[in-house]
Design a protein around this ligand. Structure first.
Ligand code: SF4
Length: 471
């Protein structure tokens, strides 16, 4: 047996969006000025749009097993190192990039290197992954990966590693950044305080993958992690939890403990934070600079159609104003095209954005991801525009293709109204106005708005091409 065993963990870029949007239909000629321009813009977007390390692989790479060495290949920044000899290649598979992951896995296996596939897609669709893997890791891999590495060391890898329930996150599992190349990323300070979501939005699969109850790490462990991370990188912290205020007492304790560290941080929260005045104050004091909040819809009919019930449309405006008033900038994420939406919805969104002065209004088109309830419902209603039986047919793009037929709006009228909405919201002048007016993180707000001005232009062009020529 040769030691150490060499393991490569691979993270794949998405075809579009924050990994660098490109047209789905119109690749510029090789060597042309436009190709150079597109590439430059993609690189800037990748760097500035908060390109952060893949936390799941950071967690797995921090697991130490004597006799095994792990490395990371982040394919957003580098090619797969095909010339090197690996004892195991682990690939994280997301639905939306499954085809790419399978192609890479097949190529690696042809070289007689064993491949382990894990991630959300494996958990939801193991049968589609099996032909491309020697090992499948089902579910949250925190403990399973250690078992797999030990089996690799003793040359007794199994075909399947499964969790019995969810890992107990209150146990200490120190995360380190040994595998990361610091300057590639906007920040390497990623923290996850827990997993699971008690809410039930039908377009989301977090509650399916991570459970309905919140599992929390110990506050002491997180504070110790932040102290360690600060020795390596003093840039901004990013709390990746889907709703960092879902457990207000826990959040108050954690962020109260962080006040003396004088860090700056971004995170994701629900707008109910605007009604949690004590917690809001603690967030502001602990260095919270910007939050992403999922508004999804200002139409009550759409909110109830998609079970987005945790905060009421009528309370959103006041909540957002309170958060911004506390000095925290807000990225408000909308989905246009939900089942209660009509052609009047874009003007309601515009009014809402004007009234609340949201710093970045992100306009998304519904993505019926396989594995979510909305996917199943749209499949039953015959409204999907991709093959629902091919789970590699779904792909991530920056709003560049329609994946379903909206319920109350004809497709071409929907694309026209989406185009008008995004054109009105995103201009260079609006970007500078929002950047200057943001309560904090002004530069980030400016850059986000400028990039979105570019990206929404791309998405409008692609949507028009899709509707005119491909549907
Ligand atoms: S969208 Fe957010 S709040 Fe809704 S289920 Fe998903 S993680 Fe929870």
């Amino acid at each position: 047996m040769a030691f150490p065993k060499k393991v490569l963990l691979v993270f794949l870029p998405s075809d579009s969006g924050v990994d660098g949007a490109r047209s789905l239909y119109d690749e510029p000629e090789t060597g042309s000025v436009r190709q150079w321009f597109d590439r430059s813009v993609r690189t800037i977007i990748k760097k500035s749009q908060f390109a952060i390390p893949p936390l799941s692989l950071m967690i797995l790479g921090s697991i130490e097993v004597p006799g095994v060495e792990q490395q990371l290949c982040d394919m957003r920044f580098e090619e797969f190192p095909a010339e090197k000899k690996w004892d195991l290649v682990g690939i994280s598979v997301q639905t939306g990039m499954a085809r790419k992951a399978f192609e890479l896995a097949d190529m690696v296996r042809k070289k007689r290197i064993p491949v382990a596939l894990g991630g959300a897609h494996v958990t939801l669709f193991p049968d589609s992954c099996r032909p491309h893997a020697d090992v499948l890791v089902h579910g949250e891999a925190d403990d399973l990966w250690k078992e797999a590495l030990e089996d690799l060391r003793s040359e007794s890898l199994k075909q399947d590693y499964r969790t019995k329930g969810f890992p107990d996150l209150s146990l200490s599992r120190p995360v380190n950044k040994r595998m990361l190349i610091k300057n590639r990323y906007f920040t390497t300070n990623l923290i996850q305080t827990g997993r699971g979501c008690p809410y039930n939005c039908d377009f989301c699969n977090v509650h399916v993958l991570n459970g309905r109850s919140l599992r929390r790490r110990s506050v002491g462990d997180i504070v110790a992690e932040i102290e360690r991370f600060l020795e390596h990188d003093r840039r901004i912290f990013f709390f990746v939890d889907d709703s960092i205020n879902a457990d207000p007492a826990y959040a108050e304790e954690l962020f109260g403990r962080l006040i003396p560290y004088r860090i700056s941080w971004f995170g994701q929260a629900t707008t109910t934070l605007g009604q949690q005045s004590r917690l809001l104050d603690v967030f502001a004091q602990s260095g919270c600079r910007a939050l992403l909040v999922g508004i999804e819809s200002v139409e009550p009919a759409s909110r109830s159609a998609h079970r987005k019930n945790q905060n009421k449309a009528t309370e959103l405006v006041a909540a957002i104003k309170n958060i911004r008033h506390a000095g925290i900038s807000l990225y408000g994420s909308f989905i246009y095209g939900l089942d209660g939406d009509t052609l009047d919805t874009p003007s309601a969104i515009l009014d809402f954005v004007r009234e609340t002065k949201l710093d970045v209004p992100g306009i998304n088109i519904l993505r019926p991801t396989p594995g979510t309830r909305v996917f199943e419902r749209l499949r039953e209603e015959g409204r999907l525009l991709f093959d629902p039986d091919d789970c590699t047919a779904f792909r991530y793009t920056f709003g560049q293709e329609m994946l379903y037929k909206p319920k109350r709006i004809p497709l071409d009228a929907f694309v026209d109204s989406y185009s008008t909405l995004t054109r009105e919201l995103f201009t260079s002048a609006q970007s500078f106005r929002r950047g200057l007016g943001a309560p904090s993180a002004k530069t980030a707000v400016l850059f986000f708005n400028l990039f979105y001005t570019h990206l929404y232009g791309l998405s409008r062009n692609d949507l028009r091409k899709q509707v005119l020529t491909h549907i």
